[in-house]
Design a protein around this ligand. Structure first.
Ligand code: PLP
Length: 456
């Protein structure tokens, strides 16, 4: 159909008004009741989905309905058709990757975010969304002991935050390399590739930390260095103060990836991990990893907002003109449209407060240390890396294949889920504590399952 000759046969369909608030109230109560029941019973569900590829899709109609269906049908299908294909990240015995939490205040805030449905692309399009984003990130900055005066904004993920940092660095030193450790998250190499910079992985010491001597040998002319505070495999912490010295001497941008471990700095005893981060050009911390905020929410701070602005600002005609004395968040990252993520972070920070967050993080570290003590006490098992936070890397005495089979067996029980990594060429198991409902009994059960699987 061409634009100047509309289809004459077109008859508009009369839709049911979607502003049926009474129906919404009823559906809403059912949805919140579903969530409450889910949080109560998730412990009883198999942590890892046990379906085959295509199995879930095969149970669903291949085409959309012609007529609208009641929301209750979605809840029914969620229970009956989708849940078997869900791996329950919000399960207290989810110990894989970096375990995380959809906390109750965060879940409710997500509902409010969708209800408001604002787009915080510029201050004018929803002033409260921009100002709450600034405020929530300033609260978080204070909670983890970063210096005043940083520009903060929220990205979806640390991957995007690192793209932002490297784009700013590239504009300052086009053609320079990005240097990081071989233990850095692969999002660093991906971000470098996206902004057109070469990424070089540098060796680590015996505790999986970037070696400053290796960095010193390569840093001349580099555009950026990405130091990690809490690496993905072992949660090792790169020596950021030495790295900051080298970056200052060479003029390279320093980006600190504290996606996981940055949250630990809410507790004074873990502030050491962010030593030197005050000298970074940018730093990322993911509240969606270890700060009880539902996925997604990644906090990025920079000392050099001007560089981000140069990389990302644009003023198309149809966007409202910048109001004076405010910032437009669209100018500091790749996305124009921006969700109101600040609301859920703010809700979580208010609901737990500093002390509540500290209690949870301390408990997770205590549980990880307890688990490590059980592993260390058993001659058939070994801890294979330092465990400064809530993740323990360990293995059974057998070969790689035996450890792999053992992990598979544990995960197949559905009672717990752990993931793995490879260190010094060896297959290694990882237990990551990070769900707010995890108890000592949950960690003990995981240890029991591991030993049973080894015995089998
Ligand atoms: N940095 C580190 C240290 C990580 O462990 C991860 C993911 O686990 C990332 C960055 C990427 O995080 P995101 O999934 O938010 O992009």
């Amino acid at each position: 159909m061409s634009a100047d000759r509309p289809n004459e046969d077109f008859v508009p369909v009369k839709h049911k008004p979607d502003s049926d608030v009474d129906q919404f109230r009823q559906d809403g109560e059912a949805a919140v009741a579903w969530v409450a029941d889910y949080l109560e019973r998730v412990r009883e569900l198999p942590v890892q989905a046990r379906v085959k590829p295509g199995e879930i899709r095969g149970t669903l109609p291949p085409s959309p309905p012609d007529r609208g269906e009641p929301f209750a049908a979605v809840l029914t299908d969620l229970d009956e058709l989708l849940l078997p294909g869900i791996t329950h990240w919000n399960h207290p015995r989810f110990f894989g990757y970096f375990a995380n939490s959809g906390s109750e205040p965060g879940i409710l805030a997500e509902l409010l975010i969708a209800a408001l449905n604002v787009n915080a692309m510029v201050w004018t399009t929803s002033p409260a969304a921009t100002e709450l984003e600034e405020l929530a990130l300033d609260w978080l900055r204070q909670l983890i002991g970063l210096p005043e005066g940083l520009h903060g904004h929220i990205e979806d993920t640390a991957s995007t935050a690192t793209i932002v940092a490297l784009a700013a660095a590239r504009d300052l030193r086009p053609g320079g390399a990005v240097l990081t450790s071989e233990q850095a998250n692969f999002s660093v190499a991906k971000a470098a590739r996206l902004v057109g910079l070469e990424c070089r992985s540098l060796p680590v010491d015996s505790e999986f930390r970037l070696r400053p001597d290796a960095l010193a040998a390569e840093i001349e002319g580099a555009a950026a260095v990405v130091a990690t505070v809490g690496t993905t495999s072992t949660t090792s912490v790169d020596p950021v103060p030495e790295i900051a010295d080298l970056c200052e001497q060479s003029g390279a941008w320093l980006h600190v990836d504290a996606a996981y471990a940055g949250s630990a700095a809410v507790c004074e005893e873990f502030r050491w991990a962010l030593a030197g981060a005050d000298r970074a050009d940018s730093i990322v911390v993911n509240p969606h990893k270890w700060l009880f905020t539902p996925f997604d929410c990644s906090a990025l701070w920079t000392r050099r907002p001007d560089a981000l602005f140069r990389a990302f600002s644009a003023d198309p005609e149809y966007i409202p003109e910048r109001a004076s004395g405010v910032i437009d968040l669209k100018d500091y990252g790749p996305a124009l449209g921006r969700r109101f993520r600040a609301l859920k972070l703010w809700a979580v920070l208010r609901a737990y407060g500093r002390e509540g967050l500290q209690d949870l993080i301390r408990e997770h570290v205590r549980l990880a240390r307890l688990f490590a003590s059980w592993v260390e006490a058993d001659p058939d098992w070994e801890v294979v890396a330092p465990y400064p936070f809530s993740v323990v890397c360990f293995r059974w005495q057998g070969e790689d294949e035996a450890n792999e089979a053992l992990l598979r067996r544990v995960n197949e029980t559905g009672e717990a889920f752990l993931s793995h990594t490879r260190l010094n060429g060896r297959y290694v198991l990882r237990l990551a504590v990070g769900n707010l409902r995890t108890t000592e009994a949950d960690v003990a059960r995981a240890w029991e399952l591991l030993r049973e699987a080894a015995a089998a």
